[in-house]
Design a protein around this ligand. Structure first.
Ligand SMILES: *Cc1c(COP(=O)(O)O)cnc(C)c1O
Length: 243
């Protein structure tokens, strides 16, 4: 792929932003909700800060990075003053929490007590309660992060007591499915867990955010109950990993 000049990328992002926002709104209404009930988070891995800022200029307010190093490299260049929320959506090593603890508004990829304890410890030190999502490996895939759905109750019980953390919901990346019905089955299972946990009214566990759905399947995810979608390539174009 030849590198497109920024002007061209900016135009694409503007157009894509409108298309995605409309599709999100339509899917929200189809699922009996309001467009503003769904949060559009942009997955910004490999995307230069200039392009991210252009999307922020279009109205984007939530961005998610996968890797701590990349987040730190772009951090100073992002237009945070527009009221933008930065979140971690990729696998997070315990020893890297210290770099991002004062810079992010949510960590979506919590999948162990060890990681949760470190987030809590460092958040407490700076007087914060860090919102987190528990990542669920809904397809039981070895290559992916997240905990098995069956292990959720026990993990929640252990994490809920940590003083520097607030559990705000669940995150999932389902397996690639050839059939839409199989995909919707995974999304619906996540939504059911979300509802079941909420009904338990566990102290310090809030089910406000169900983060699922990416470029290829965000409309389906919303129809199955997602409250947040994480969109990369549909907004920014194909990723260039060679940069
Ligand atoms: C890259 C990524 C996305 C977005 O993927 P697209 O298919 O490009 O929309 C969403 N969530 C996570 C965790 C990602 O790493």
């Amino acid at each position: 792929m030849t590198e497109k000049c920024f002007e061209e990328r900016f135009r694409d992002v503007e157009e894509n932003y409108k298309v995605i926002t409309n599709r999100i709104a339509e899917a929200a209404v189809r699922s009996g909700r309001k467009p503003e009930d769904i949060t559009f988070l942009a997955a910004t891995k490999t995307v230069p800060a200039e392009v991210i800022n252009h999307a922020i200029g279009c109205g984007l307010r939530f961005i998610g990075e996968n890797r701590v190093q990349e987040f730190m490299d772009k951090y100073e260049k992002i237009d945070w003053d527009k009221g933008v929320s930065g979140q971690i959506i990729g696998r997070l090593q315990t020893n890297k929490v210290k770099y991002i603890i004062d810079k992010v508004d949510c960590i979506q990829s919590v999948d162990s007590v060890k990681l949760a304890k470190e987030i809590s410890r460092l958040a407490e030190k700076i007087g914060r309660k860090m919102p987190v999502l528990i990542e669920v490996n809904i397809g039981g895939e070895e290559s992916k992060g997240g905990i098995e759905k069956a292990a959720l109750p026990e993990l929640l019980e252990e994490i809920a007591v940590l003083p520097g953390i607030q559990v705000n919901g669940l995150m999932a990346i389902p397996p690639i499915c050839a059939e839409k019905s199989a995909l919707c089955n995974y999304f619906s299972q996540m939504h059911q867990s979300f509802i079941d946990i909420r009904a338990k009214k566990i102290d310090n566990v809030f089910m406000n955010c169900l983060s699922m759905g990416m470029s290829s399947d965000y409309a389906e995810a919303i129809e199955c109950g997602a409250t947040m979608v994480r969109i990369g390539s549909s907004l920014f174009g194909p990723r260039d990993y060679t940069r």
